[in-house]
Design a protein around this ligand. Sequence first.
Ligand code: MRU
Length: 367
Amino acid sequence: MSLEAAVHSLDTLKSESMKSITWNGESLILLDQTKLPNQETYIDCTDWRQVAEAIKKLRVRGAPAIGVAAGYGLILAAKEAIASASDEVTQRANFLTFANTLKETRPTAINLAWAIDRIVTNIVFPSDALVTALPLIEAEAKAIDLEDQRLNAAMAKAGATLFEGKKGIRILTHCNAGALATAGLGTALGVVRELHANNQLERVYADETRPLLQGARLTAFELHHDGIPVTLLTDNMAAYVMQQGLIDAVIVGADRITTEGDVANKIGTYGVALAAKAHNIPFYVAAPYSTFDFTLAKGSDIPIEMRSADEVKCFAGTPTAPEGVEVLNPAFDVTPHELVSAIITEEGVLTAPYNKSITDLQKKTAR
Ligand code: MRU
């Protein structure tokens, strides 16, 4: 079976409307996730700046999805750079400036830098002129998109091996690591979809994920829409449901994983991992090789994106805190590897010692 056919057959595990990123040959169509679940609105990006804005504002979000979107954004950047000057040196310089601006939109999720660096290093640097590189940039952007779909499908299968022979499984997840956050089935929710397809899943408990409610607006929406049983919780209920014996395992996605196995993911993930440890519940992370930072060992070296105070001080645009009050708004936290029971990748399930299993992953996935 061809790769395209394999991906297509696995796509039956998710509905078509969960496709958040589509390249139509001319422009990048993005599902505006800030409008979900109330409106299904699409943005037609014909300029790489629109793609950068969409990433910054979380219209497209989730580590793999922003990498895929940025790949397509580079086609638009290359077209503009070619039109911006008649000489190749200026065209290339302008392209690299645009690529850097795209890369700086969000600092924590490494998939963004990974996708941009992959295109710049493998395609743009070795080519003699940007104009000859353009069709290759488009081909590489499509390859990143298709590869992410394949990686998701492989992770779904690998993750299900952790639950062999079990039925009635209850999973808690945090943020949205689903189809909306990737080009495919999702990372954590890819595993959930596989368990559901195997009739092993009882239910997903989804943390609402303050302050931007990716759990409520996106995970609950995505699972409910696809007929997968889901119960929505506010973040401060996670330890309660664990204490009540309602959770068999936690599965979350990741934005960056170091060589020691420390995991950056949506703010609140660390607290969920601590609560899971206290209740002897396995804490699994699902992520493809493109989410690993093979240059960083310690989670404390991962750059954490700080976002606007308004995201915390307001709820749906209405102020909920005193004007002028100080706010802290880190978008991510780091879960130390000691709290991670296993990492589900497309190459199989990684366990401690992570510096060894992650080095093996790096060797297997080196291009
Ligand atoms: O700020 P977001 O919504 O982009 O954060 C997304 C997350 O933290 C996800 O859990 C993570 O990217 C994994 S997505 C497969």
